[in-house]
Design a protein around this ligand. Structure first.
Ligand code: MV4
Length: 448
């Protein structure tokens, strides 16, 4: 087992990883920017190294600075958390060159899944259903026109280097293709330095349902059931839950088989997520694979009763998993609490948290690095807490979440707590009647 893990991250996930390391008897090293001096991950780690100024580019995204911190502290492994360097194949490669275990899959695997066209081609070979579309990259506008006619409008143009919604354009009719083709190429080139585009049939208002998987170094892959992440706004997830209210026993079996097939075919090592689009008829299609631990992993932890960070560290150290897959035992919901004003287009609201009281009681978990007196920096993403509730049934879980949100006091910055309070009372949400279009019609009105 590792002796000392450096956590190349900040905020709640850095704290989350430190907690599990402590329970496993592993020493921890925190890294921090000057903006995060007072952060809890710095205080709770055994050692802490300042790696630079607030700007992520010169701190949490700086490979040389992180490697320097690894070297001076003698860490034998790096946990990347999510975001920052978590899916950076070059970083994983440099760790390997220095004999440091990158807690995650191999650089090759990260590259393969990071390129969406390659990922999709790989899944076709594995026998996992994918959205009908182009075979590989589109070469020019004529090619785009031919493929679009073949699969039928509406279609969606996606950047192969994209993911998470960046660089996508929906095309509803032929005369809109040229404009969108040019825009998609330009956007992709600017955002990723790669203008490779592919085309898919546009699935109208699908659900976003993802499967958590885990693979070990011995070829075993298991799935840990699904999370429904359909409640999102501008490709930012707001709420996740497990089980999905749209799931059936037979659909879970089929999707679970597909997720395990995906992981097994690529010999996946580590925790990962296979994202699917699910249409109204419950047809499901592979969308992307994430090769990191995700923000919403606690939902899965609560329903299957395992510490995913612990499992992740164990497989990274070469320990074999049991190989069996899990169905959810309970219901869990996560609400992401961001320092944003939901009544002003979710505008970020950095500043000092003057008072902070988090909800407590049976079945309630709050993952947070925030406290009274903590400053929310404008330099990083605005997630300040995750409230995760679990109960025997979805209805009880929603009631518990309501109670938890009612108890949550955060003063000094605007937060999305109020949004979630309204959402938990929404009739369609309560019925589980939602898809990725939900936020387009959700009426957000400030209670007077
Ligand atoms: C799609 C889709 C419909 N059809 N692909 C890809 C990245 C993910 N974060 C969103 N993605 C989607 N891919 C096909 N073939 C619908 C989405 C999608 C979406 C697209 C446009 C605007 C908002 C969206 C919200 C959720 C999902």
């Amino acid at each position: 087992m590792f002796k000392k893990i450096l956590i190349a991250n900040r905020g709640e996930i850095a704290l989350r990883v430190i907690r599990t390391c402590k329970e496993m008897g592993i020493k921890t090293v925190a890294v921090y920017s000057t903006a995060d001096r007072e952060s809890l991950h710095v205080r709770f780690a055994d050692e802490a190294v300042c790696i630079g100024p607030p700007s992520s580019l010169h701190s949490y995204l700086s490979v040389p600075r992180i490697m320097a911190a690894v070297e001076i502290t003698n860490a034998d492994a790096v946990h990347p958390g999510y975001g920052f360097l978590a899916e950076n194949a070059d970083f994983a490669e440099i760790c390997a060159e220095y004999g440091i275990k990158f807690i995650g899959p191999s650089p090759d695997m990260i590259r393969k899944m990071g390129d969406k066209v390659t990922a999709k081609e790989t899944m076709i070979k594995a026998g996992v259903p994918v959205v009908p579309g182009s075979e590989g990259l589109i070469v020019d506008l004529d090619d785009a026109g031919r493929v679009a006619e073949e699969i039928g409008y509406p279609v969606i143009l996606k950047a192969t280097a994209g993911g998470g919604g960046k660089g996508m354009r929906i095309v509803t009719k032929p005369d809109e293709l040229e404009k969108n083709w040019n825009m998609a190429r330009q956007e992709a080139k600017n955002a990723f330095g790669n203008d490779g585009i592919y085309i898919e049939k546009f699935i109208v208002e699908p659900r976003h349902i993802e499967f958590q998987i885990i693979g070990d170094q011995h070829g075993n892959v298991a799935h840990l059931s699904e999370r429904d992440c359909s409640i999102q706004r501008r490709h930012q997830k707001l709420v996740e839950e497990s089980p999905s209210p749209f799931m059936t026993k037979s659909l879970r079996e089929k999707m679970g088989v597909a997720a395990v097939k995906a992981g097994t075919f690529i010999n996946y090592e580590g925790v990962g997520t296979v994202e699917f689009l699910v249409d109204a008829d419950r047809n499901f299609y592979f969308m992307e694979m994430n090769t990191r631990i995700q923000v919403e992993h606690p939902v899965t932890e609560e329903v299957i009763d395992h510490d995913l960070i612990k499992e992740q560290i164990k497989v990274a150290a070469g320990i074999e998993i049991s190989g069996k897959s899990y169905a959810p035992k309970l219901h869990a919901i996560e609400c992401r609490i961001n320092a944003e004003n939901p009544f002003a287009d979710f505008r970020p609201s950095p500043g000092v948290i003057t008072s902070f009281h988090s909800p407590k009681g049976h079945g309630i978990r709050v993952d947070t690095h925030a406290y009274a007196g903590y400053t929310v920096s404008p330099y990083y993403d605005s997630l300040i807490a995750k409230v995760i509730c679990r109960a025997q049934t979805r209805d009880e879980c929603i009631l518990k979440m309501q109670r938890a949100l009612d108890e949550f006091v955060i003063e000094g910055v605007d937060t999305t707590v109020e949004f979630h309070r309204l959402l938990m009372r929404d009739e369609n949400f309560r019925k589980g009647n939602y898809d990725t279009g939900f936020m387009n019609t959700f009426k957000l009105e400030k209670p007077s």
